[in-house]
Structures are given as C-alpha cells and as structure tokens.
Design a binder for this molecule. Structure first.
Ligand code: DO4
Ligand code: MG
Length: 273
C-alpha cells in the first residue's frame, strides 16, 4: 500500500493508491498524469507525503559513501572509523519542513560551494515506539567541497534552503526488510542525461531497524519524522549539480521523486514583518 498527500480545491487531503488510481480520504478518485512520479493535473497538486516534524540522516552506511568521503576529505580516518563502528553517524537535516520539499519542487545548491551532489536514499517514516511506519525516497542534497574541507563543517554542507526532498509516496511494506533498488538519473535543461547510476540497499552495512534504534536512544524524535538511511550512489568527482538540472530517484515500490535544481538563495523566504 502507498500513501500520499494532495492539495486540491477542498484543501489538503491524504490519499492512497489503489489499482493505479489515487483515492482521496474524501472519496474523490484521481488518475495521475504519470504512474511513477504521481504528478497530478490541476487543480490538484502532489505534496510531500508527510509533514515530517524532523528529518534525520544516517551517513557512511555504504562502502561507496565511505570511499568517496575518504577521497574528498582532508581528514580521512573518521570515515573508516564510523563505517566500522557499532554506533552509526547520525545528524539532523531539518525540522518543521523549513528546508525539505516535496515532489516537483525545487531543491537548492549553496552559493558558496562549487561541488554539489544529490544523495538518493531510502527514508524511514518513524511511527510510535520506534516502529517503521513506512518508507519513502529522500534526497540528502549535499555540498562535497564544504564537508571535504573539514568534517566539522558537516552541518553547513547538509543543512540549507532546499537541501532535502522526500516523496512521492510512503510505501508500507507488508513483509520484513528486503533489498530496495535505487536508480538515480540527473538530466540537464535539454533533457540530456548527465549522470545515471544504481544501487541496492543490500549493500548497506546496517539494517533499517538498527539505524532507528540508534537514533531513538535517549532522543525524543517525534513520530512522523523521517530518517534517511545513507547514500550508496556517488557521482564521479568531476560531476556537480547545476541550476537547470533535474534529479530523478526511482525505487519501484515507492515511485519516482523528481526535483529541479535552483540556487538555494532563490528559496530563501523573507520573514514576515
Ligand atoms: O559523512 C558525511 C555524510 C554522509 C552521508 O550523508 C551519506 O553517506 O549519505
Ligand atoms: Mg546522505
């Protein structure tokens, strides 16, 4: 079963996908324009599938991520240590959906960074008492040169306007954890593919349940929060995201999350007053 959220003429409604149709809580049925992105025709708009009170991330959960950070960083041993240690790397990415966008909405790259990448990750929706309530797709958009200069810059490399996307739906698995296949494709404004790659969660060093257990130790994370589980897909070092690119992340059970790339400064909202 997959769940989503839609804004329509009657306001915001929850919905689910049944027989390839979107059935809203009020009973309306909508046919998506595309069955993978779940893009909708006006007057409906697909929203982030959950208003996550907090978004957290795990890091260096795949060998590929460990190796990429060792190459980019001036401080190399921390990545091997955290990959091998029982305690995972965990960091807060967002709170109150200030920096997190839904499907189709622009993600940001920092003006003070020259090396920016998407990080396609499975996002765990945390239920009550640490239950795994569902899975979504997350993009932990990151600056590699800021993190590479000094690991203490991690919050600046990871937390800024438009640095996270989630969607298009929340998938509720019926069976225990299995391996999910993630595909990443980045295209330019003319639709040309500038990077394509794939990975499987079977390559992760840690289980979803283990990551949730560590996150919730002595830490009151509110239910409905999302934990992104780390990336196993790192584009080559000469790749950087640019304004005008589109990032597509596909996971068959969940759908396809597509976001255009803009400068983060364009996403900064003026505070009222
Ligand atoms: O160590 C820095 C962050 C790693 C990360 O976000 C990832 O592996 O996905
Ligand atoms: Mg990441």
């Amino acid at each position: 079963m997959r769940h989503l959220r839609v804004r329509g003429p009657g306001g915001v409604e929850n919905g689910s996908i049944e027989d390839r149709q979107i059935v809203l809580a009020g009973g309306t049925t909508i046919e998506p324009l595309d069955h993978e992105t779940l893009q909708l025709e006006e007057p409906y708009e697909l929203l982030a599938p959950i208003e996550a009170p907090e978004v957290w991330c795990a890091g260096v959960t795949y060998e590929r991520s460990r190796d990429a950070r060792i190459e980019e960083s001036t401080v190399q041993d921390v990545y091997t240590m955290v990959y091998d240690a029982p305690r995972p790397e965990l960091f807060m990415k967002d709170a109150g959906m200030r920096r997190t966008v839904g499907p189709g909405r622009p993600i940001g790259i920092r003006g003070d960074s020259a090396w920016n990448v998407p990080e396609p990750e499975i996002g765990i929706v945390i239920g009550t008492s640490g239950r795994i309530a569902g899975l979504t797709i997350g993009n932990d958009v990151s600056s590699r040169d800021i993190e590479g200069a000094n690991p203490l810059y991690l919050p600046q490399a990871k937390i800024y306007a438009g640095a996270c996307a989630i969607g298009p739906a929340v998938f509720v698995p019926e069976s225990d954890e299995h391996s999910y296949h993630l595909t990443l494709r980045v295209t330019d404004e003319w639709g040309r593919i500038v990077f394509e790659g794939e990975t499987f969660t079977a390559r992760m060093r840690r289980s979803f349940a283990d990551l949730v257990e560590w996150l919730l130790r002595d830490n009151p994370v509110p239910p409905g929060s999302v934990l992104l589980t780390g990336t196993g897909l790192v584009p080559p070092d000469d790749f950087t995201l640019k304004p005008g690119h589109f990032v597509e992340i596909h996971v068959p059970e969940i759908g396809t999350l597509v976001n255009p790339v803009v400068r983060a400064s364009e996403l900064m909202q003026k505070e009222p007053g």
